[in-house]
Design a protein around this ligand. Structure first.
Ligand code: PNW
Length: 541
């Protein structure tokens, strides 16, 4: 009897030990600072079979050939040539020279095993003045060549119609996005693209990051067209962007969808706003306010009910009144417009890079009218201890992407989402073993997997920013986001594969994360032997 008791005790001890060691083996972390076992441990599983792996670029950032073959100038050409706006007055005149080297770029994608590629069309390459009466067939031919080359390599195009390079003519004529005449011109341009490319392009994104267009272009003015008018203008710009989006979506829906059978949505950007104390309801409200002012500004009208989020409407009205204004600085949609705008997105495109902690504001403040000056009013910060990239605004916080994907899923009724950009910058040094970028992709992609598998988010694809080092807007070439190194001092702009590209190729090939279980199998084999041994002892007693 005593022997049997000892044997049972042995079995129990053995199970306790294997549980303990088993859990030690499973807890692997990518960043030392993020090592909460429940939250950050690497999770092994694969993505759904039809998950879309992609990588992204944009026209002004890679093409170069700024005035070749009939291309008209864009506001970014003007902004860079003006001087004083961009790091060391760098320009996108040549950039990665992808206008001439697109075949080489597509070969890089094929080597990665990419099945999708997100790029943008330069409006002023196909319509040099921005107007529909100025079609440039050479520009059309360029994108036809790119699309055909992609398809020949088994890669499906994901096309952004507007990634910030507005034809200069439209800005000069009537103030571009500040004037609602743009809605018609954008619709003509979108229709031309559906007509000429839609037989082969099945995934359309109207706008890249309207939040950045409105605020960096018209509130702070650090991006083209460099307008520094906080207050009302950025909201007018946002209003015209939303209406332009809806118009283009309806054009596709009415005239092209039944034949071309594609999808069309918009790409919005946001950091995740994490309540500093999740048990403090004021911090939860602060997070919600910050999210509605970023994703909700455009997401709420397009995906939810045709109108701005309630909190934006009430706060901006209240703050505008406090500033002595006769009406809210946020424009209103008519009832007809709300119906027209509502549900004009077939999927939700998300560009996401980083996370902030947020707490509640103490008081509303009326001093500096504007989105950042008075309206959002949610104190936010990034922890000192979080890793730092080469961009001041970008600190890797992998668990944030899981939170934001779940927020989108809950807020917009389980809509299909795609990560249309995610990535990290490193300084301008020659370094092909880009550890930091490998850590970033590995951990962020793993958190996307958790959002899908553990939380049920309907995320259908992931896009790495960026395929190539490229022109990083106001930072010029001083920050590198690419999986391929580009030598900008060489006229030929040679590309070289970085280690992060190999890591990404491996993740794509495995369709996720497959555990390297050599050590685990030793534990398992040992356990089997021990179990057999215990069973024999117990039976012989
Ligand atoms: C995105 N921020 O822009 C753009 O879509 C890309 O063209 C760009 O190269 C990439 O992210 C990296 O910057 C952003 O300040 C620019 O929070 C700035 C911010 C976010 C996104």
């Amino acid at each position: 009897m005593a022997c049997k008791m000892t044997a049972v005790a042995c079995v129990l001890t053995y199970f306790a030990l294997s549980l303990y060691f088993g859990s030690c083996y499973s807890a692997e972390y990518v960043y030392d600072v993020f090592n909460d076992e429940d939250r950050d441990a690497l999770y092994y599983d694969t993505f759904p079979d039809d998950f879309k792996w992609s990588s992204a670029t944009s026209s002004y950032q890679i093409e170069g050939a700024w005035n070749e073959d009939g291309k008209g100038p864009s506001i970014w050409d003007t902004f860079c040539h003006e001087g004083g706006h961009v790091y060391e007055n760098h320009t996108g005149d040549v950039a990665c020279d992808s206008y001439h080297k697109y075949k080489e770029d597509i070969a890089l994608m094929a080597n990665l095993g990419l099945k999708n590629y997100r790029f943008s069309i330069a409006w002023s390459r196909v319509l040099p003045t921005g107007k529909i009466d100025s079609v440039n067939e050479d520009g059309i031919a360029y994108y036809n060549n790119v699309i055909d080359e992609l398809l020949d390599n088994g890669i499906d195009p994901m096309v952004t119609l507007y990634h910030w390079d507005l034809p200069q003519g439209l800005h000069d004529d009537y103030g571009g996005w500040m004037n609602e005449s743009i809605i018609n011109d954008f619709n003509d341009y979108a229709k031309l693209c559906f007509e000429r490319f839609g037989d082969r392009v099945k995934f359309w994104i109207t706008f890249n990051e309207p939040w950045i267009v409105a605020l960096l272009g018209y509130e702070s003015g650090v991006f083209a067209p460099g307008i520094n008018e906080p207050g009302t203008i950025p909201y007018v710009v946002g209003h015209n962007l939303i209406k332009s989006h809806a118009e283009a979506w309806h054009t596709y829906d009415d005239q092209f969808r039944s034949v071309q059978k594609g999808v069309i949505g918009i790409t919005l950007n946001s950091d995740w706003s994490e309540p500093h104390d999740r048990k403090n309801y004021k911090h939860i409200f602060a997070s919600e306010r910050a999210m509605q002012f970023s994703l909700g500004w455009f997401g709420h009208p397009i995906y939810k009910n045709g109108d701005y989020p309630e909190i934006m409407k009430t706060k901006i009205a209240e703050i505008s009144a406090g500033q002595g204004l006769p009406q809210s600085r946020l424009p209103e949609f008519t009832e007809e417009e709300k119906v027209f705008i509502n549900h004009t997105g077939d999927f939700f495109g998300l560009n996401h890079y980083s996370t902030n902690y947020v707490v509640n504001p103490t008081n509303e403040n009326y001093e500096l009218p504007g989105y950042w000056g008075s309206d959002v009013n949610v104190p936010s910060w990034k922890e000192e201890s979080w890793p730092q990239s080469a961009s001041s605004w970008l600190k890797p916080v992998p668990w944030g992407i899981r939170q934001i994907l779940v927020w989108i899923h809950n807020e917009y009724d389980g809509i299909d989402s795609y990560v249309t950009e995610n990535g990290v910058s490193t300084h301008d040094v020659y370094d092909l073993s880009d550890e930091e970028r490998m850590k970033y992709y590995k951990s962020y992609i793993n958190e996307v997997l958790k959002a899908i598998k553990l939380d049920g988010a309907n995320c259908k694809g992931y896009t790495a920013w960026s395929l190539l080092d490229n022109f990083e807007w106001a930072a010029g070439y001083s920050e590198r986001f690419g999986m391929h190194y580009v030598d900008f001092s060489d006229d030929d702009r040679p590309r070289e594969v970085k280690d992060s590209a190999k890591l990404y190729a491996d993740i794509i090939a495995d369709n996720g994360f497959i555990e390297d279980n050599t050590s685990r199998s030793l534990v398992v084999e040992g356990s089997v032997l021990l179990t057999a041994f215990v069973v024999i002892i117990v039976n012989t007693l």
